[in-house]
Structure formats: C-alpha cells, structure tokens
Design a protein around this ligand. Structure first.
Ligand code: FES
Length: 87
C-alpha cells in the first residue's frame, strides 16, 4: 500500500495493493471522471505534485512519463510510499 495525498483537500488516503487510485479517491467521495478504466482513454488523468509514479497506462509518451507531472488514476500507482495529487 502507499499514501495518496490530495493536496487541495488536505486529505491522505491509503491505497491498498488491490485497489486503484481512482477507486481509492471515489471511496473518499472524490468523483474523478473515468471511462475505460484500462489506461487507454485519458479521461482519468490527474496532476501529480510530488512522488514517483509507476505508470501503467498505454497513452502517455516516454517524455510525459519521465516528466512525472500527470498520471492515469485508473491504472497507475506510486513507485514509492507516497504520491501527492493536485486534487
Ligand atoms: Fe481511461 Fe483511466 S479511465 S485512462
């Protein structure tokens, strides 16, 4: 599991191994739009302020992955112990 911080709300959630960031957010009442939930459409894109992302989508370019400023919340996760989102 890892900590997911919603910076705008001052909220920290724990994301368990079998749970997506998208569903962890929804569980906390944050309704991020989604469509494919397979990392292919881009609907669930989130801005990331801090933390290393384990990108598991099929949309972002290599440059975007390296930059680490956005992630697809339906499939991607934290590489470390903490991710801070602009939510
Ligand atoms: Fe389609 Fe996340 S819902 S990429």
């Amino acid at each position: 599991s890892f900590d997911l911080v919603c910076a705008q709300r001052g909220l920290t959630l724990s994301v368990a191994a079998g749970t997506s960031v998208l569903h962890a957010l929804r569980g906390a009442g944050i309704d991020l739009p989604s469509s494919c939930e397979q990392g292919v459409c881009g609907t669930c894109e989130c801005r990331v302020l801090e933390g290393e992302i384990d990108h598991r989508d099929s949309i972002l370019s290599a440059a975007e992955r390296a930059e680490g400023a956005v992630m697809m919340a339906c499939v991607s996760r934290a590489r470390g112990k903490r991710l801070v989102l602009d939510l």
